[in-house]
Ligand binder design. Structure first.
Ligand code: ATP
Ligand code: MN
Length: 482
């Protein structure tokens, strides 16, 4: 007898109607000692199994509890009840593993509402809830759609290293990687750490971005992307920052800033459309949850659109494209700024934008995703292309409602002399990045790329609000359990 997933069974049950089949899964609920809601993770929908207790011994019935793992053989019949097309009339039930009831009572597997905080403390069990299984199925679909978008667009997937020897990649604070016993760190005569005797013979760190490496691949393969874990040692305990997160970074030869913005917009719309088309059941579940959440909020803080509606609108609308200078004007003249409502007042051209400013632009002023471009050179990384005005760079950030920055990117500086001058000014060691500079020496070309934080996109699509709830095992300051 062939076993199939509950998803494929529910989608295509006509062939097996009135036949015996085998299904395996976990008990989500067991009602009236008669109806088992069985789930195997393939879909948010449960399969109803009808247990006629006269056909089974008492012991078996007693051992069917929430979370029990079962193998069931039974006949597929049309369902009498509302809410499902079919059900299984159980003929054989095998309990596959134990359930330790006392321990079970302390877990989030208990069928009642648990707070997201409690679920986070049991991150190893939360996959077994409706909410988190939906989130992680969607995270999978997003990842798949990302690869599909690039593969269809003739990009090549490059695996860039996680351990880097570059001290400053221009994107943030780094974690050190060492083979030293930290109690006995070898030192040179002048008392500083003797990195030469360390594992790699030099100071190494976990990468903050794969960009510099992927740029070298771009010089040979044209259109490339990297998609992997990145690390930031910033102590920013926010709902949008992780110490370990996944970043998607395309890099395209011959693309200028406008091409880059077009690519980012097409890319985001493709991935969102893919999820809208392929994750309907999970999205509908999350849409309902989102609506419930809004009801708990004071009227003025409620979202104007439902979750699915929001996603559909993002796909439909063209993103607003606004220069940094225009954005600063808007922010300086805003009521919020004048009344001192921003935590960080916007005082002059040149200041870095905080998330509250980004969200004001997106949620209040434009009511649309916004792409800001041409930022002051001082607040952006050394590799961004300097504009003719000599004070702004060809940077672009894509800002999303509820999230703020979801993508950061730029056209890169392709002129060796300008790049070197920038590195000197920003104290980036030229010798350490000698290999990167070679991209500008031999057939240098205009090129552009960006970085998308995968989790920020998962947040946006699922309507979750804390980034810790869209990555299986979050790494944040003071937490690295599991
Ligand atoms: P932010 O200003 O939000 O801290 P950033 O400017 O430091 O972000 P970039 O270096 O431009 O970020 O990284 C590219 C993208 O990676 C960002 O647009 C964002 O989506 C994501 N990202 C950056 N830092 C984090 C983080 N700590 N956790 C999760 N995602 C992040
Ligand atoms: Mn950025």
């Amino acid at each position: 007898m062939k076993r199939q997933t509950i998803k494929s069974l529910l989608a295509d049950y006509k062939k097996v109607l009135h036949h015996d089949i085998t299904v395996q899964g976990w008990v989500r609920a067991f009602r009236s000692n008669r109806f088992i809601a069985l789930n195997d993770g393939s879909t948010i929908n449960n399969l109803q199994v009808v247990v006629d207790f006269e056909s089974f011994d008492e012991e078996t019935i007693k051992n069917i509890k929430t979370a029990s793992s079962l193998k069931i053989v039974g006949e597929v019949v049309e369902s009498q009840g509302a809410g499902q097309n079919i059900e299984i009339i159980a003929k054989k039930i095998e309990i596959l593993g134990d359930n330790f009831s006392e321990d079970l009572e302390k877990t989030v597997l208990q069928p009642k509402k648990h707070s997201l905080e409690v679920l986070r403390d049991q991150a190893h069990l939360r996959f077994r809830t409706n909410l988190f299984s939906a989130v992680f199925r969607i995270r999978h679909a997003i990842s798949f759609a990302i690869h599909k978008f690039f593969n269809d667009g003739e990009f090549f997937y490059i695996h860039t290293p996680l351990i880097t020897g570059a001290d400053a990649e221009g994107a943030g604070e780094m974690f050190s990687v060492t083979g030293f016993d930290l109690n006995e760190v070898p030192r040179t005569e002048d008392g500083s750490v003797d990195y030469e005797s360390d594992f790699f013979g030099k100071k190494t760190s976990l990468t903050v971005s794969g960009q510099l490496n992927v740029e070298t691949a771009m010089m040979g393969l044209g259109r490339v992307y990297t998609f992997g874990p990145t690390f930031r040692a910033e102590n920013s305990n926010t709902t949008r920052h992780l110490a370990e997160f996944w970043m998607v970074e395309p890099e395209v030869a011959f693309n200028d800033l406008e091409d880059n913005i077009d690519l980012a917009e097409d890319f985001l719309k493709f991935v969102i459309s893919y999820v809208l088309e392929n994750c309907k059941d999970d999205l509908e579940f999350l849409d309902k949850r989102f609506a419930e959440e809004q009801k708990q909020k004071p009227e003025k803080d409620r979202a104007k659109e439902g979750l699915i509606e929001k996603l559909e609108n993002v796909v439909k609308k063209r993103f607003m494209r606004v220069s940094y200078s225009e954005a600063i004007e808007i922010l300086m003249n805003s009521k919020e700024n004048k009344k001192g409502k921003f935590q960080f007042p916007v005082e002059a051209w040149g200041c870095d934008l905080q998330s509250e400013h980004e969200r004001y632009l997106v949620e209040k002023h434009f009511e649309s995703p916004v792409v800001l471009f041409d930022y002051p050179a001082e607040i952006k990384a050394f590799y961004m292309k300097l504009n003719e005005d000599g004070k702004t760079v060809r940077a672009m950030d894509v800002l999303f409602p509820g999230i703020g920055e979801i993508i950061g990117g730029s056209q890169r500086e392709e002129k060796l002399s300008v790049l070197k001058a920038k590195m000197e000014k920003m104290k980036v060691d030229e010798h350490e990045l000698w290999w990167y500079l070679d991209t500008r020496k031999f057939g240098s070309v205009p090129h552009s790329g960006f970085g998308l934080g995968l989790e920020r996109l998962v947040l946006f699509i699922t309507g979750m609000t804390n980034i810790r709830d869209v990555i299986p095992f979050p790494r944040t300051p003071k937490t690295a359990e599991f």
